[in-house]
Every structure is written in structure tokens, then in C-alpha cells.
Design a protein. Structure first.
Length: 421
């Protein structure tokens, strides 16, 4: 869209549209009294004051200062009328602080043609992974939302979302640990950037036990470096790895590609293994944040029928993302306890739009997002480029994937058959 034309249209129509949408306040008594004394016309109703107009790639962002007597809910309730009045595709609003509201306007369906901004705002453990329907970037921030659950049926776009996450974490100082019980077809192509990988439930159990041991070792290190003395201010006392100025352990992101494969069992021995796996996951979810261990659990199906401990694990996964699911119970497991309104949005995602998802967290808010398409080849190239950043953790050395040297970019993947006469 033409941002300049849109900004001009909004500025010209602003006062009349706000008045028509009921977002103006009548003049105050002192202004009326002043007009009578000066024998002037009655002053007009006043609309919220525009603090800032910021054109974006997808539309406009307005920052408004509300008048006395107005509320952020008034603007939120009028967004559909503002959309029609300004000729925009979508309008959303959110309160930044008391009396200040941000209104985002999009000129087209940003989820149909995903274009990430040229400049994003990444930070340590914070990765831009998708675009929201209001044109804002959706970040996966492990420090503010330590653990996440990502659901999606086959061909729903869940794997692309996961690739974007791995590609965003690859340049960072972080250890990637993967559990892919589909014989490694999703995560093992990215193996050069991973510090540990498991492709079956037996190896996954040993890997999770090793991570629990690593977590306990990190806590011992934090206790040794807490600096609790009468001479140290309270603000400098360490409570997690981010408070350690020196010898900080590398954070670990654990990606579980198909959690249902870890929870299913057919024999008594497999049931014992399953209970140990779920117990280890719950322990990591409950205690891992301060030790710098973050979980990203993915699956096609996630329900209470997977057995005991599943709902306890779900309760620790603050960030929830649901692509198209095949049943309502999976959507309920994702959002039923935090944002019931998001359940209906999740089950209404059409089949012909893979990649669209609904995301929410424990705050109760939710939004529709879509990740830009990243092919497996692109993700592999990014991981190979940053392969030297994969840290060697002694406790995970037994699970380090063994890979050969990457082939030169100019070398074909398969040699052509010799020509015959």
C-alpha cells in the first residue's frame, strides 16, 4: 500500500471519523464559559490527540493521547468502525500506558503475503519468528516466556515455525538440544548446529536425564557464586545464570519435535520409560528456567489421554501456539486454561492456508500469526554457517551428533549419470 497516501487520508478524515465513531469528548465547562464571555462560537468536541504517526511496511501506527473521560476500551470497541471509515484492511489497538493507546492499521492481509520487516529488534534469547495480523513482529522470547507448546496437524506449518526458531537461535550463544522421534527426519538435517540429538525414546530418556544432571550442576554453580555477604548489595545477589557476571553457563534450548511419541507405550517396560520421560520433562519445565534451560515442545496431538503428567507439563508451558488442528480437544489443551476465545479461532484455521497459527500466553491475550516460509535447505544453510557456535557440553558429549564436513556450495548434491553414446 502507499503509506503516504494512507497517512494523508487519515490526517484529513481524522477529526470527522473520530466524531462519527464516538471517540470525541464535549468541550469542558471552562471552555464553554470562555466562549460565552468572548462571544465566540461554541467550541467543537475534541478527538484524542495524535502523538505520533509512524508509517510501516504494512500500514500505519498511530499513538494517541486520550482525553479526560476516555478509556482504552472505547478505542478497542470502535476498531471495526475505524477500519471502514479509514478504508483499511484491519485496525487493532492496545494500551501502552495510562491514557496512551497505540492503533495499528494494515492496508492488506499481512497473513496472506508475509513480509518480515527489514529491521527487527532481536535480543539475547529473543527471536523474530512470525508476523502478527496487525503487522507487528511476533518474537519468541525465552527469557520472558521460558517454555512453549506448539501444536499443529500434518501440513499445518508447524515445521516451518520450528525452522524459523532454529534459524533465529543459530547465530546466538546457545546450545540447541533436539529430540526427534520421527527417526530424526526434521532435526537431524540441522545437526551441525546442535549440541545433542536423540531420534528414539530410549535415547531421549538418557538425554533428558543428562539435562536434569546438567541443571543440578548449574544450580550448584549459582549457589557457589551467589555472593551472599553483608558487604554485597541485594541487587547483586545471583538467582539465575543471567545474574552471573563471570563463568556464566551457556543457555540450553530443548526442542521436542513430537511429544506424543514420548508418551505412548505398548508394554510395561515402555510404560516405565514413558513415566520417566514425562517426569524429566516436568522437572525441566518447573526448575529449568533459572538454570538457563528452555523447552519448546511440539506435537500434532496433545491431550490428557496421553497419560498422567501431561496436564502438569502443560501447566508449565506458558507460551502456546496452535496451527490448524484436527480436533477441538487439542485446541482446548492449548488455550482452554488461558484464553478460551482463542480456541474457536484455532479450530477455524482453513486447510488451504498452512502456516497461520494462533498464539497466546498466560496473560489471556492472543493473536493470529504466520511465519515466513523457510525451506529446509535454507535452515540447513544457516545452521551450517554457524556450526562453530555449537558449544560442547561435557554432560551431553555422548549425544553429540556425528556429521561429516559440509560439501562445498558449488558441488552438486548428486552426480549426474555419465552420458551414453
Amino acid at each position: 500500500m502507499d503509506q503516504g497516501l494512507a497517512a494523508l487520508r487519515v490526517s484529513v478524515r481524522y477529526v470527522s471519523v473520530m466524531d462519527a465513531c464516538g471517540l470525541t469528548v464535549p468541550p469542558s465547562r471552562w471552555r464553554l464559559a470562555l466562549a460565552r464571555i468572548a462571544n465566540r462560537p461554541v467550541p467543537e468536541s475534541r478527538a484524542p490527540r495524535i502523538l505520533r504517526v509512524h508509517p510501516t511496511r504494512t500500514g500505519l501506527v498511530l499513538r494517541l493521547k486520550l482525553r479526560p473521560g476516555q478509556d482504552a476500551f472505547d478505542v478497542s470497541a470502535a476498531t471495526d468502525r475505524l477500519r471502514h471509515s479509514f478504508g483499511m484492511y484491519g485496525v487493532t489497538s492496545r494500551e501502552l500506558r495510562s491514557g496512551v493507546v497505540e492503533v495499528r492499521m494494515t492496508g492488506y492481509d499481512v497473513l496472506k503475503r508475509v513480509q518480515m520487516p527489514a529491521k527487527t529488534d532481536p535480543a539475547p534469547m529473543r527471536v523474530p519468528v512470525a508476523l502478527r495480523e496487525d503487522g507487528a513482529v511476533h518474537y519468541r522470547d525465552c527469557r520472558s516466556v521460558p517454555h512453549g507448546l506448539t501444536l499443529g496437524a500434518t501440513e499445518s506449518g508447524k515445521s516451518v515455525y520450528q525452522r524459523n526458531l532454529v534459524a533465529g537461535l543459530a547465530p546466538m550463544n546457545v546450545a540447541l538440544v533436539g529430540i526427534d522421534c520421527k527417526q530424526g527426519v526434521e532435526l537431524f538435517p540441522l545437526a551441525r548446529r546442535f549440541s545433542a540429538l536423540a531420534d528414539n525414546p530410549d535415547t531421549a530418556l538418557e538425554l533428558l536425564d543428562a539435562l536434569v544432571t546438567h541443571m543440578e550442576d548449574v544450580y550448584q554453580l549459582i549457589r557457589a557464586e551467589q555472593r551472599i555477604t553483608v558487604n554485597v548489595p541485594d541487587a547483586e545477589i545471583a538467582a539465575d545464570i543471567w545474574d552471573l557476571p563471570d563463568h556464566r553457563p551457556v543457555p540450553v534450548v530443548v526442542l521436542v519435535d513430537e511429544v506424543a511419541e514420548l508418551a505412548l507405550f505398548a508394554t510395561k517396560d515402555e510404560e516405565k520409560r514413558r513415566d520417566r520421560i514425562i517426569t524429566a520433562l516436568v522437572r525441566l519445565a518447573q526448575l529449568g528456567r533459572a538454570a538457563g534451560i528452555y523447552l519448546e515442545i511440539c506435537g500434532q496431538r496433545f491431550g490428557s489421554e496421553l497419560g498422567k503428567g501431561i496436564t502438569m507439563l502443560r501447566a508449565q508451558l506458558t507460551g502456546r501456539t496452535a496451527h490448524r488442528v484436527n480436533d477441538e480437544s487439542s485446541a482446548n489443551m492449548a488455550f482452554g486454561d488461558i484464553a478460551p476465545d482463542a480456541v474457536l479461532a484455532a479450530i477455524q484455521i482453513p486447510t488451504e492456508t498452512p502456516g497461520i497459527a494462533v498464539t497466546g500466553d498466560s496473560s489471556g491475550g492472543w493473536a493470529r500469526i504466520r511465519a515466513p516460509h523457510t525451506s529446509l535447505r535454507q535452515a540447513v544453510n544457516i545452521c551450517n554457517r554457524h556450526a562453530e557456535r555449537a558449544p560442547d557440553l561435557p554432560v551431553l558429549a555422548a549425544f553429540r551428533p556425528v556429521v561429516g564436513s559440509p560439501a562445498p556450495a558449488s558441488e552438486p548434491l548428486a552426480k549426474a549419470a555419465p552420458a551414453t553414446a
